[in-house]
Design a binder for this molecule. Structure first.
Ligand code: ASP
Ligand code: MG
Length: 404
């Protein structure tokens, strides 16, 4: 069975939902993971901000606007009064729920529960639409099987067991629709897999059911060899190794969430990136196969902070790097790039939440300098020196030396 994931833009209007429905009804059994309609999660974050600030008027204004948009989508999506009514009731119940927090500002407001409403609504809408079209579609509630453990990492054993049990309840279904992004944590509370996490959901489901393929459907034809928002005339890369895709996803390519790679890679399930606007285009296939001797793509990540620690104590000493890394670890800050010499170490970080504390601790070990607003350029491919052209070699050296 395949797992297909459609992002927010792919289900961003009634028309787009109808197109998704067309794409997924080919008679093959499949699991379909959906994001919230585009813009919804951001709006729910905005609503949560007003609720945090105990501003019910501000929250209500946005809630009402969003609800009327949904009513319009419902009106456009369904042909029959019966389904219009059913969908309106679901939409209303979710909005009433969000609104309940504006009425009683003393109840403990739960942002994660508010954020979950987007996926709960979009999946209910598409499921009703398929049923109205006569398709055997069922909703698999992600909150019944998607779960994280005490370290906030997905719990694959639990996910597999509960998901298979859910699937067994509906042996005759053709399409299983489920929510991306949302899950429960180790304490059973509603949580999520972080922004953009629907790709991760698809990959975890793919691994749990040993899918034949995971398809991530967006609005661009695969992963491009450069950022099309910045560079003209980019073209899609047809084949990538999981590790190449992970680097590109992490270092700038927005099309795929980097967390999505790991479960698929370990379960050896190919991931195909496809375009809802051009469904016949080949897209990008990500697998454990490597294409040798080729540079595939360049990506860039901005707002990077580079930290340089120089210390004569490092000379001929051991254990220095461990002490440095432990500081980053104690503030849960991951290091992206590292370069060392005999008297110094340079690292880059993306997350600057604890930068001041980290810098204070590092100062115990040497002179620390910080470069803010830097950029990492990531060149991905089979980079054996003898196969690499002069420009790429030069570029790589510039990048490396910039940080030393
Ligand atoms: N709706 C969530 C977000 O906007 C998850 C996703 O779309 O992947 O972050
Ligand atoms: Mg996404």
């Amino acid at each position: 069975m395949k797992v297909l994931k459609f992002g927010g833009t792919s289900v961003g209007s009634a028309q787009r939902m109808k197109e998704v429905a067309k794409l997924i009804t080919d008679g093959e059994k499949k699991i379909v993971v959906l994001s919230a309609m585009s813009g919804t999660t951001n709006t729910l974050v905005e609503i949560s901000d007003y609720l945090y600030k105990k501003n019910p008027e501000g929250a209500n204004e946005i809630i009402n606007k969003l609800e009327s948009k949904y009513k319009q989508h419902v009106d456009e999506l369904y042909a029959t009064p019966e389904y219009k009514q059913k969908a309106l009731e679901v939409v209303k119940s979710h909005f009433d729920y969000i609104r309940s927090y504006t009425k009683d500002l003393f109840t403990l407001f739960e942002e994660k529960v508010v954020l979950a409403q987007g996926e709960l609504i979009s999946t209910a809408m598409v499921n009703f639409y398929l049923q109205e079209c006569g398709v055997k579609s069922v909703l698999l509630p992600a909150l019944e099987f998607m779960r994280t453990d005490k370290n906030a990492e997905p719990d694959p054993i639990y996910i597999k067991e509960k998901l298979l049990a859910q699937l067994e309840l509906y042996p005759d279904a053709e399409i299983y629709i489920t929510q991306g992004f949302i899950c429960r944590n180790a304490y059973g509370e509603i949580d999520n897999l972080q922004r953009g996490g629907s790709d991760y959901t698809a990959s975890l489901i793919g691994a749990a059911i040993n899918a034949s393929e995971i398809q991530i459907w967006t609005d661009i034809d695969g992963m491009h060899n450069n950022d099309p928002r910045i560079v003209d005339k980019t073209s899609p890369v047809r084949q990538l190794h999981f590790e190449e895709a992970a680097e590109l996803a992490y270092f700038g390519a927005k099309i795929l969430h980097p967390t999505c790679i790991q479960p698929a890679k370990y379960a050896n399930i190919p991931v195909r990136l496809l375009n809802t606007m051009a469904p016949d285009a080949p897209g990008t296939l990500i697998s454990n196969d490597t294409e040798k001797g080729k540079i595939k793509a360049v990506a860039a990540k901005e707002n990077i902070t580079a930290i340089k620690i120089k210390s004569s104590r490092m000379l001929l000493a051991h254990g220095f790097l461990r002490k440095v890394f432990e500081i980053f670890e104690s503030y849960q800050t991951s290091i992206d790039m590292i370069c060392t010499s005999e008297v110094g170490v340079s690292v880059t970080v993306d997350n600057t939440k604890h930068l001041n504390e980290i810098l204070d601790d590092l100062k115990k070990y040497g002179t620390v300098t910080v470069d803010r607003d830097m950029c990492i350029i990531c060149v991905v491919g089979d980079l054996e020196w003898e196969n690499v052209g002069f420009e790429a070699r030069h570029l790589m050296r510039c990048v490396i030396f910039r940080y030393v």
